[in-house]
Design a protein around this ligand. Sequence first.
Ligand SMILES: [Zn+2]
Length: 446
Amino acid sequence: MTSSEKILHADIVIHDAMVLTMDKERRFIKRGSVAIVGDEIADVGDADWIAARYRARRTIDGQNKILMPGLINVHTHAPMTIYRGVADDIPLKEWLYDHIFPLEAKFSSNPENLKAGMRLAIAEMLLSGTTMFKDMYYFTDQLGAVVAETGMRAMLSEALFDNATPSNGGGEKTLQYIDAAIRNWKDHPLVQQAVAAHATYTVSPEFIVKAKDLARRHDTMFSVHLSENQWEVDTIREMYGATPVKHLERLHVLDRQTLAIHCVMLSDEDVDILAETSTGVAHSPQCNMKLANGAAPVPELLRRGVHVGVGTDGVASNNDLDMFDEIRTMSLLHKLSSNSTTVVSAKEAVEMATIIGAKAIGYDDKIGSLEKGKKADLILINVDKPHSKPLYNVYSSLVYSLRSSDVDTVIVNGDVLVEQRQLLKMDLSGVYEDIERIAHDISAFL
Ligand SMILES: [Zn+2]
C-alpha cells in the first residue's frame, strides 16, 4: 500500500483464514481475509494486504479455519421438520398418500405449527453452514416473517395444486395468494417470494402455464417437482403422451428462471431439452435414495452445462437438512451408480452447493461466491480437529472428511448469526418447547 491510499473502514474483517472464494478463477487464498461493510463483501485478499488497508470495527480470527461462501440448499420443505421420522421405510406412493398427505391435512393447516417447524429448520440449517434456502410449502406469506426474524436468507414458494391445499383453496386462489405474497415481500433484504407448482401430476397444464406467467410478470423463479420416479413418468405419458420434461417444454415453461426439482428419470431428449432451455435442476440425492427413486443423471447434466444445485428436500424424506451430508452422499452415489471414480468430483460437489446452486435459482449476482459487491453470506469451518488433518486439498476435505458440526461461525447479510457453534439470534429452548408440543399432538394422531 502506498502512503496516498487511505485506510478504509470495515464493519467486520475476518482475518487470516484459508479463503475459498468460489469466484470465477476459484481462488484459494491460504492466508486470506475478507472485509465486510454493511451487508456486502467489500474486499477479499491476502491477509496482510487487507490488514494494512482496513480498520475494522470488529475482527474475527480465521486461523485454522476455512472461510467460504455459505451453502445454498436449493430445495426443501422447511416446515416439514415437524414430521421428521414419522413415516420411514415405506413405498413411495403409500408414504405420500397414506401418511404425508393426511398428516399435512391435519397439522399443516395451522400456520403456527409451520412457524415452529420453520424455526427448527432454520436453526438446523444455520448450525450446519447453510445461509440460504429455497423452499416450497404453505403459508409462505406468513412464514416470511419467521425467516426475517432469524436473519436467514430464503426464497419461499407457496405450493400450487389444482385442488385445495392445507393453506388455501388451490388453483386461482393459490395464484392470488402467491401474487400478494410476492408483492408483500418485494425488495426485502432477506426474503423473496417466488412461484411453485407442486408437480405435473397434481397441477393441470392450465395452471402450470398460469403459474409460469405469474412468475414471468414478477421476474421471479418458477419451480416444479419433475421426473422424480418411474411412476410419474408413466403417469404423465398416459395423461399427455410425453415425458414430464417434454410435457413442460410443450407448455413453454422451461427457461433459465425455472427450477426442475429431482430430474431422476430423464431420457436423452429430456437432457437435451433441459440443456437447451437453460433450465436449472435441483438434485436431492439422499431423498432419491431413501425413496428408492434412482440416481439422477447428474454427471451427464453437468457435462452438458446444466446448472445443478443441491437440495436436501424436506426432512420427511431425508431426514435432515445437512448440506455437508448431502454433498458427500451425492459424490459417492454417482461414483457407485456410474461405476466411475471421476464423476461428481469433490470440487464439483462444492461448486454445486455454492456458486452453481446460486446460478440454478437465479441468485448468482448476489451470493454463491466471496467477491467484492456480493452479499456477505459466509461460513467459517474449524479444521483444527483430528478428522480434518492434514489438509492437502480443500475440496476433498470439505466433501469427504469435514462435517457440518465443524461449522463454527455463520454470517448472513453481514450479520453474525452463529458464533462458536452457538445461535446468537434464536432461542433454541423456546423452539424445542413448541416442537415437543406439536410432536405430542402428531404422535396421538399416528
Ligand atoms: Zn420436494
